[in-house]
Design a protein around this ligand. Structure first.
Ligand code: WQD
Length: 332
């Protein structure tokens, strides 16, 4: 049985769908601090599979120990944690406490219950800003915000856990920019409040829920001057977790793997793609650069292909159309 922490969240819920569709048994732990309580029922509707959801905090030792006592856990996929870059700059101690103690608490319970396989939701944000592109798993590490440092530190904690227990197997998946939604339109990216990330903001402007997109800078050294990122469909990303799980069962030690498409797309290209996919206009204005942003970031995907057999299938239009269906609940 697979424990999915944060399984009601954006990437966690899509991964639960992949796991259930592949015949895996799962149990979800989520405190619903950044996810909706109706997501587990939607996962069950999509997959027609039953599973338990435990409402609780991965930072609470009693909650996690009870879960490991109640369920025959073979592996853990760990999504639960705080993930807003900007908020992490304002509230660094909250991020270090929540993200680090959650991971350590989980790993201590795994050690005590003899559970030895761990898939970690890491991020391309662990790579230093001045690396040449594309980013490989050997690119220089270095973060510019507490959120990124928590991902970096948890990777180092996993290295230590693997050194201490030669039977332990961990895979840190370094996500690039996950966007889009499941084809059912039932689950997707639905941040509370004003979205920090580009796609949910674009989707809400197109839906008339927000007035205008601010494009953070058009004077970068990129083809159209706007920021370039490696956007990957969340369903491709979810499938990557299933492949990483099988990989983790077949080995010991830790490995780090990029999950991206290997292609860069600019902000204005995303705007145009969303307009084409949705048939809606996305009004925008050029605004000053956002602090901490870099011009270009995209993945070298060779290792994911070589060790996981992973290759992203969906294109930008698919990603935008699926986000549109989720945001506007179209039933066409
Ligand atoms: C993408 C591009 C912005 C909003 C972040 C985290 C990263 C990961 C993914 C968790 C940039 C531009 C954005 C807007 C804009 N999250 N933009 N107007 O910053 O690449 O990565 O989310 O793991 O860790 O750092 O994603 O979607 O915020 O920005 O012009 O209103 O869109 O400048 O070029 P980012 P993003």
């Amino acid at each position: 049985m697979i424990l999915v922490t944060g399984g009601a969240g954006y990437i966690g819920s899509h991964t639960c769908v992949e796991l259930l569709n592949a015949g895996k048994e799962i149990v979800v732990l989520d405190n619903f601090s950044n996810s909706s309580r109706d997501v587990p029922e939607k996962i069950a509707r999509i997959t027609k599979k039953e599973f338990d959801t435990i409402e609780g905090d991965v930072c609470d030792p009693e909650t996690v120990r009870k879960l490991f006592s109640d369920y025959p856990i073979d592996a853990v996929i760990h999504f639960a944690g705080l993930k807003a870059v900007g908020e992490s700059v304002e509230k660094p101690l909250l991020y270090y406490r929540e993200n680090l103690s959650g991971a350590v608490n989980l790993l201590e319970c795994m050690r005590d219950f003899g559970v030895k396989r761990f898939i970690f939701s890491s991020s391309a944000t662990v790579y230093a800003a001045d690396n040449p592109m594309p980013l490989t798993e050997e690119s220089r590490l270095g973060c510019t915000n507490p959120y990124g440092w928590t991902k970096f530190m948890i990777e180092r904690i996993l290295e230590g856990a693997c050194k201490a227990d030669p039977g332990f197997s961990a895979v840190a998946l370094r996500y690039f920019n996950p966007i889009g939604a499941h084809e059912s339109g039932l689950i997707g990216e639905d941040p509370k409040g004003i979205p920090n990330n580009l796609l949910p903001y674009v989707a809400r402007v197109a839906a008339g829920k927000l007035d205008c997109l601010s494009v953070f800078g058009d004077d970068y050294d990129t083809p159209d001057g706007t920021g370039v990122r490696d956007y990957i469909h969340v369903c491709d990303l979810a499938r990557g977790h299933l492949l990483a799980l099988d990989y983790a069962f077949g080995r010991t030690g830790i490995d780090f793997i990029n999950l991206g498409t290997g292609k860069g797309t600019s902000v204005l290209e995303i705007v145009r793609a969303y307009e084409e996919a949705s048939g809606k206009k996305v009004p925008y204005r050029i605004a000053p650069r956002r602090a901490g942003d870099i011009a270009t970031c995209y993945a070298d995907t060779e290792k994911a292909k070589r060790v996981l057999g992973f290759c992203a299938q969906y294109g930008i239009l698919d990603m935008c159309y699926s986000a549109y269906r989720f945001t506007e609940g179209t039933d066409d």
